[in-house]
Design a binder for this molecule. Structure first.
Ligand code: 3MF
Ligand code: MG
Length: 344
């Protein structure tokens, strides 16, 4: 039995198209994914606004709410909760230069429209969390935007969301780059500073994705610990990454097992989940996988995460204390590796 509740997004099961090639698997309908997520052992679904309401631009705000009810009915049918709604601001032609921090007022207004619709959808789906992965908020050409003005525009947009609804919480999913070259909010440290500058810091926190931390050259377990210390870790996207390259969204723990262990360990030690937080996975299956393998990365990631929960349960804190007293960190490090190798 896991102590955590796990969540996943519909985008985590996809047809395998990438920047260099077309789809290699068939698209799977949303309802079938939800059914399968439940079978695999997930408790909740993560949403983009247009996962919940496809073709969102074609609807009035009232119609968006009606459409979202259809998605809610599917969740209810399979006993699944919704974890969060995230405006997918990086897809639309209006946001090719960013949304909240775009140089064009029209784009900024469009971004707010999507943010308000995301809040409306979250209400229908029964969740309070709005995730902002600020994909295109930043620059490709440094001189095209002022970093000072961009930061202020982001704070302003978050303030408007906080005003729009008194119950919602905003979670910034930080990432240093990709698709932009330089992001406005690259790490959880930046996220905390932005939070403090908003009109209600108690409702603005963070979501840490393992791969995003690694792309910033940071240890995700450390980023998790930092946000926990601030009382502002309200979501995670566990996955893995082979060094500093493109965002790989690999299955959790397959490249950096010790870091994966430490992410689970620090979450467990600090009561993550006690306020209803989910462990979200944000993983993608390899393009080489066939149709039957569409969910294999989710099955594997869950298996690895739960196995690491067991390892963390076994962690000998007395031994750790002794090593610290003796200042024998070589001994402690060997212990951890032996634990992970099954030699302990
Ligand atoms: C990109 C991501 C995103 C976000 C998702 C929810 C597509 O690197 O991690 O996944 O997690 O959009 O905000
Ligand atoms: Mg993510």
């Amino acid at each position: 039995m896991s102590r955590f509740k796990y969540s996943v997004g519909p985008w985590n099961v996809h047809s395998g198209a990438d920047s260099y090639g077309p789809p290699v698997r068939d698209e799977i309908p949303f309802e079938e994914k939800v059914k399968k997520f439940k079978e695999i052992g997930f408790d909740a679904v993560q949403f983009h606004d247009d996962d919940a309401v496809p073709n969102i631009n074609n609807y009035t705000p009232e119609q968006v709410i009606e459409e979202a009810k259809k998605t809610k009915a599917i969740l209810d049918k399979y006993g699944m909760a919704a974890e969060f709604v995230a405006p997918r601001l990086w897809f639309d032609p209006h946001t090719k230069d960013g949304g909240f921090c775009s140089n064009y007022e029209e784009d900024r207004e469009y971004a707010m429209w999507r943010a308000y619709r995301s809040i409306d959808i979250a209400k229908v789906l029964g969740c309070k969390k709005i995730v902002l992965w600020l994909a295109r908020e930043g620059t490709l050409c440094f001189e095209s935007k002022s970093p000072v003005e961009s930061t202020k525009k982001l704070i302003d947009a978050i303030n408007k969301m906080l005003d729009y609804d008194k119950d919602i919480q905003i979670l910034i999913e930080t990432k240093p780059n990709e698709p932009v070259d330089r992001s406005v909010c690259p790490t959880l440290g930046h996220c905390m500073a932005i939070s403090a500058a908003t009109k209600d810091p108690s409702r603005v926190g963070g979501l840490l994705e393992s791969a995003h931390a690694m792309l910033a050259g940071l240890d995700p377990a450390n980023e998790i610990g930092f946000a926990l210390a601030m009382g502002k870790l309200w979501g995670v996207h566990l996955n893995d990454q082979n060094g500093l390259k493109f965002d790989q969204d690999k299955s959790f723990g397959v490249e950096n097992l010790r870091t994966a262990f430490n992410q689970i360990k620090v979450l467990m030690e600090n009561g993550y989940g006690n306020n209803g937080e989910y462990i979200g996975l944000d993983v993608k299956v390899m393009r080489t996988e066939n149709q039957e393998g569409s969910y294999q990365h989710l099955i594997n990631s869950l298996k690895i995460a739960k196995a690491l929960e067991e390892k963390a349960e076994k962690f000998d804190y007395e031994f750790q204390k002794k090593c610290v007293e003796e200042r024998d960190y070589e001994k402690l490090e060997l212990y951890v590796v032996e634990l992970l190798l099954g030699l302990r």
